[in-house]
Design a protein around this ligand. Structure first.
Ligand code: GUN
Ligand code: ZN
Length: 427
């Protein structure tokens, strides 16, 4: 039994429905076998458990582990391709790099770099877009299992409109996906997601093969892209003459349900939002990607009004890094720029979007905040002494202000320690 003594901030109650930031200046969090078994004022917890080891973390701020609901493993080396809209960026930056993962050795190196990127940023749970190559997806799961990060991922499937090395067939995608799902789905902290790249690169038969896999292996997740860019949306509608909107291309194959997470949705119709809400599907909002590719402004207000669950994704490598602090800040900026149409976001909203909202989107009830009964997935933000974040935290005039300074200034360099299920991740 270990008691972590720290200043703790988390958002167990959703600030979008009236909840407030929970701030505890001198908390004790008792952890047994990875689970939080007691929490309260440090003195009280220590008195109740006199035999426990105490880890003193008062030199930083303890937050729940960050949750990234959309990030591409094969794109670590593609980060920073600026100046293009989506379809050009895919052709010129992302897809040539993704072809290189055909080489299993190359893929293993990238998997290592990818897991390093996640943990260095304080991400403890992620829904990961895998690779088009089964061996590369296996390398991702192997590395995630070794490091201990909670990863949901799958084989990316496509059979049209991409470079030839990235194309497969519905039959081969099913067979390779099935092997991967049987090996990894439910193995320790890992789960499998059926992952068509986007409707533009998948025929109806390929979507149907994903639906069959989901039918044959119970409990699989589903993830893909949707409504990211106007030219992309027009191309999808062109490819699916029977569909009135983008969501329908997935929905008609039974792929939209409470285990579905759709990335972007910057240009949804009201009908799509209504269907997402009633199906219980969630949206991964990826604000640095939407800005870098000029994809559009995310209509957060409309998502909230329709009751669609929203969380954050970094969308590496169209997004500009692994930090959910940066995504939170960019989400805030974009809502500010929408003025009357935007949702004014507080630091508590940002923390919620980066943690508990992600857990809910991914159907994980045991992570996302540091309440009793949850897993001890946590990060210690401890800036270098004398740097602006350290100065800011010492001079913050309220807890909300301290959290706003963290979202404004924190980078992976400030994430000093990371725990997942009570295991400290080596940095
Ligand atoms: N749509 C299809 N593939 C991708 C991708 O790799 N990144 C983004 N942002 N959108 C996509
Ligand atoms: Zn993406």
């Amino acid at each position: 039994m270990t008691i972590y003594r720290a200043r703790v901030l988390d958002t167990p109650d959703d600030p979008f429905t009236g909840g407030e930031l929970r701030a505890h200046d001198d908390a004790g969090i008792a952890v047994e076998a990875g689970t939080i078994v007691d929490r309260g004022d440090f003195r009280a917890v220590a008195d109740r458990r006199p035999d426990a080891d105490v880890v003193d973390l008062r030199d930083g701020v303890l937050l729940p582990g960050m949750i990234d609901t959309h990030v591409h493993y094969p794109q670590v080396r593609a980060i920073g391709g600026l100046g293009m809209p989506l379809l050009d960026w895919l052709d010129q930056c992302a897809l040539p790099e993704e072809c290189r993962l055909a080489d299993a050795e190359y893929a293993r190196s990238v998997a290592h770099e990818f897991l390093t990127g996640l943990t260095a940023a304080g991400t403890t749970t992620a829904l990961v877009f895998g690779s088009h190559f089964a061996d590369a997806v296996d390398a991702l799961f192997t590395e995630a299992d070794r490091v201990g990060v909670r990863v949901t991922a799958g084989l990316v499937t496509s059979d049209r409109n991409l470079p030839a090395p990235l194309l497969s067939t519905p039959e081969r995608s099913y067979d390779e996906g099935r092997k991967l799902a049987e090996r990894w789905h439910g193995h320790r902290r890992l789960r499998y997601a059926v992952t068509p790249r986007f409707s533009y690169s998948t025929s109806p038969a390929m979507l149907e093969s994903g639906a069959s896999l989901a039918e044959d292996v119970p409990g699989l997740w589903f993830t893909s892209h949707i409504n990211e860019n106007p030219a992309e949306i027009a191309a999808v509608i062109d490819q699916f003459p029977g569909s009135t909107n983008y969501l329908d291309t997935y929905h008609r194959h039974g792929l939209i349900h409470e285990r579905s997470v759709l990335a972007h949705n910057a240009h949804p119709t009201d009908a799509e939002l209504s269907l997402m809400a009633s199906a219980g599907a969630a949206v991964a909002h990826c604000p640095t990607s939407n800005s870098a590719l000029a994809s559009g402004s995310f209509p957060l207000r409309r998502h909230l009004e329709h009751g669609v669950a929203v969380a954050l994704g970094t969308d590496v490598g169209a997004g500009s890094g692994f930090s959910l602090f940066k995504e939170g800040l960019q989400a805030y900026f974009m809502q500010q720029l929408l003025q009357g149409d935007g949702v004014p976001l507080t630091a508590a909203h940002l923390l919620h979007l980066a943690t508990r909202a992600g857990a809910k989107a991914l159907g994980m009830d045991d992570v996302g905040d540091l309440s009793l009964g949850r897993q001890f997935d946590a990060i210690l933000v401890r800036p270098t002494a004398g740097h602006p974040l350290d100065v800011g935290l010492r001079h913050a005039d309220s807890t909300d202000n301290a959290l706003a300074k963290i979202f404004s200034l924190a980078t992976p360099a400030d994430v000093a320690r990371v725990w997942i299920g009570g295991d400290e991740i080596a940095s």
